[in-house]
Design a protein around this ligand. Structure first.
Ligand code: PFF
Length: 493
């Protein structure tokens, strides 16, 4: 197939499900509870909701309008806005690609835990088990040549699944998988939350969500944390929404869909955190460990604290444990396919490759990079990649996107596109948010990220970040210079 044959969603529900699947990911399950807890509990909902409406939904609407209007990949879209913006587009696509390479590795770790959880094979010390047995982690980069076989195999498995889904036709692959996995994901979360509420001590946990610390509202960092969570959770700036919206047929509703996706994503993370907090409350009651020592983020929560909880949960652990890890796995896979689609579509549109060819190239190269994270130094490297790409490069990309669509492109075209295709209208406030408020907030987060990432890291992380910076500059230039095989690519109207 030549890429000139454009894909299109065969139903609105396929688009909405795929969008929700792209947003609901590891960030909702293991990032949000910690962010909520550390930033004032119940009162955090105020900055969270303000960020969701004012910034999150506003930016998603830009991506929807741009995707729907241009009906092209990110690369061709920016090329048509201004031809010398093509390297910027490749820069963003490369960030998405590099994020995918380590995100897949984390999903791979989770796959290992799905298997382990049936027999609680992590033993009595999950902490040690995770670092010594699963990651076989070495402190520095000295273990970069030592492959960890199980991690390697699970990473290979997730890449294979990602390839298998993305190389298929849009509706047969991403559309169908989203329609299957998302309902299963919701059922699993409902079971976990319902079960967790019956545990003794659950109220110690869930009351934390409803107990506000109003003084937190005067803290700027709390507002930045809320905004950071929205950026991560809605996958802002990765042009997933732009790519998926470009496949919408004429006459589709835009604003309504954006609201459904944003509310479902936030509803999912808030509901899920009731379960997480209740389970941690049970742990506090049963083990005496103070609640605040249990609420950790990310891998610490999923692969250390939760196995400890399952160790003392009794027979139910062999049901809830696998369900918990499956939930992370499915949420991860639906996000992975969205990340891959952004990159594959970019490649296939410029070089006129079939879906299968671009998916094969992207996944083969991606897998080779992911192998770095399947070494004994993998977790160290992964932490550095994550800190640099998420706190620094991606925010920079969002800032650039605000400038491009708010200032370089005629923003009124987007207002017109959105209003023509939606019952809910947008206007001056939206324009002001994209042109002024969002860039200022992103800059605040970015400055915080620069401080945390660059100024507090060690020399190893600085070297890795420097290498990443060089890659992020050189590769986009090379891809821009490569001539397009698809001659339509250079048409700018
Ligand atoms: N929004 C998804 C999540 O919360 O996990 C997907 C995602 C976000 C992937 C951010 C990668 C990322 F850096």
């Amino acid at each position: 197939m030549a890429s000139s044959k454009r894909s299109e969603w065969n139903s609105n529900i396929a688009f909405v499900m795929a969008m929700i699947g792209s947003a609901v990911g590891l960030g909702n399950i293991w990032r949000f509870p910690n962010v909520l807890y550390s930033n004032g509990g119940g009162s955090f909902m105020i900055p969270y909701i303000v960020s969701l409406f004012l910034l999150g939904i506003s930016f998603v609407l830009v991506e929807y309008a741009v995707g729907f209007k241009f009906k092209s990949s990110l690369i061709k879209t920016l090329f048509r806005v201004k031809s010398n913006l093509e390297p910027v587009a490749w820069f963003i696509a490369l960030i998405v690609f590099l994020i995918t390479t380590y995100y897949i590795c984390v999903v791979g770790w989770d796959l290992i835990y799905v298997v382990l959880s049936f027999t609680k094979a992590w033993g009595s010390n999950p902490d040690l088990f995770f670092s010594n047995n699963v990651l076989q982690a070495s402190d520095s980069l000295s273990g970069i040549f030592t492959i960890v076989p199980w991690v390697f195999l699970s990473v290979l498995a997730i890449w294979a699944v990602g390839w298998f889904i993305v190389q298929k036709d849009l509706n047969e692959g991403i559309g169908k998988v989203s329609k299957i996995l998302l309902p299963i994901l919701c059922v699993i979360v409902v079971i976990i939350v319902a079960f967790s509420l019956t545990l003794p001590g659950a109220s110690i946990g869930y009351t934390q969500i409803f107990t506000p610390d109003w003084s937190a509202l005067t803290n700027l960092n709390v507002w930045l944390a809320a905004f950071g969570q929205i950026v991560f959770s809605l996958s802002l700036g990765m042009s997933i929404a732009l790519t998926y919206a470009s496949y919408l047929p004429e006459g589709s509703e835009l604003t309504n869909n954006a609201l459904i996706v944003a509310f479902s994503n936030s509803g999912f993370e808030i509901f899920n955190s009731i379960g997480i907090f209740s389970i941690l409350g049970f742990m506090t009651l049963s083990s005496g460990i103070p609640f605040n020592e249990l609420v950790t983020e990310g891998t610490g929560l999923a692969f250390v604290v939760f196995p400890k909880v399952f160790n003392i949960m009794g027979p139910w652990a062999s049901v809830i444990g696998p369900l918990f890890f499956l939930c992370i796995l499915f949420a991860g896979i639906t996000s992975v396919m969205a990340l891959l689609e952004v990159v594959c579509y970019s490649i296939s549109e410029k070089f006129d490759f079939s879906r299968r060819k671009s998916a094969t190239i992207v996944c083969a190269v991606g897998f080779c990079i992911s192998c770095l994270f399947a070494t004994a130094s993998g977790s160290t490297l992964l932490g550095i990649f994550d800190a640099f790409l998420n706190n620094f490069a991606l925010l920079f990309a969002i800032l650039i996107e605000c400038i491009i669509f708010g200032w370089i492109y005629n923003f009124d075209n987007l207002v017109e596109t959105l209003n023509r295709n939606s019952t809910i209208k947008v206007g001056r406030l939206w324009k002001a948010v994209i042109k002024f408020i969002l860039p200022i907030c992103i800059f605040g987060l970015w400055a915080q990220g620069v401080y945390n990432t660059l100024l507090t890291g060690d020399s190893v992380s600085h070297i890795v970040m420097l290498c990443l910076t060089v890659v992020l500059i050189v590769v986009p230039i090379v891809f821009t210079k490569l001539p397009a095989k698809n001659k339509d690519f250079y048409k700018t109207d």
